[in-house]
Design a protein around this ligand. Structure first.
Ligand code: HEC
Length: 227
């Protein structure tokens, strides 16, 4: 009798230990897998959609009647010198490869501005403002370049997020692409931001000392001072 119990005991112990190791292990693997599904659901799943979007944007005229300052100038190309990259508006022709790079780079922004650009919701609050129709984004490219390169100062509790300087996370090509993308996605329409503009902004704002980001009200003055 007592021999039986002493025989079973070590085995039960070993099995018990194996069980204790395997069950949490399986749970971790499962949670990891669920987490992966969740993350990859936000990311790559939307990519086919993205590939189609620039084409649709480029070929479909805007539904409302008041768009595209580019339209009049494009009717008489002979009148404009072809060399000028048209600061005033050639929003219609955005290189699909740039849009694709911009969408990929936008993963840096989506955590706050949301996959659809309207700002990620955290309960009733927003992580960051909507980029749809944003004047800082759609105006003079130097504004959005400054905001991304230097960050934007947190002056109130309007948004949960704090936009740190992101210049180190994006090279000039990605910086130009992510701004071109956001300026021409979700119904936004503005001329592409060029790699040259991105490089120039990085150079001229490099010495600007704004560790906590540029204040919203000072954006114009900073750009004026760095012309
Ligand atoms: C960690 C969160 C976070 C990330 C990441 C982030 N932003 Fe922001 N962004 C903010 C917040 C918060 C504001 C508003 C700051 C304020 O007013 O308090 C803002 C403001 C802006 C604005 C000004 C919008 C307006 O009209 O007020 C632009 C443009 C912008 N972000 C672009 C970007 C781009 C492009 C990226 C990616 C390269 C990015 N942001 C990444 C949080 C973030």
């Amino acid at each position: 009798m007592s021999a039986d119990t002493s025989d079973n005991h070590p085995l039960a112990k070993i099995l018990g230990n194996v069980f204790l190791v395997l069950v949490p292990g399986a749970l971790i693997v499962m949670l990891g897998y669920i987490g992966y599904q969740f993350v990859s659901g936000i990311g790559p799943e939307k990519k086919p959609e993205a590939a189609a979007t620039p084409v649709a944007v480029a070929s479909t005229p805007a539904p409302d009647s008041a768009p595209a300052p580019a339209a009049p100038s494009s009717t008489d190309p002979a009148a404009t010198p072809p060399a000028a990259p048209a600061d005033g508006g050639s929003a219609a022709a955005v290189d699909p490869a740039v849009m694709a790079l911009g969408k990929a780079s936008y993963m840096t922004c989506a955590a706050c501005h949301g996959p659809d650009g309207t700002g990620l919701k955290v309960g009733p609050a927003l992580m960051a403002p909507s980029l749809v129709g944003s004047e800082l984004l759609l105006g003079d490219p130097n504004k959005s370049l400054l905001v991304v390169l230097k960050g934007i100062a947190k002056e109130n509790m309007d948004f949960m997020g704090v936009m740190a300087p992101l210049g180190a996370a994006l090279d000039d090509q990605k910086l130009a692409a992510v701004l071109t993308y956001t300026r021409n996605e979700w119904g936004n329409s503005a001329p592409p931001v060029t790699v040259e503009q991105a490089a120039a902004a990085r150079a001229k704002f490099a010495a600007l000392n704004a560790p906590a980001g540029v204040k919203r009200a000072e954006v114009d003055a900073v750009i004026e001072a760095h012309k």
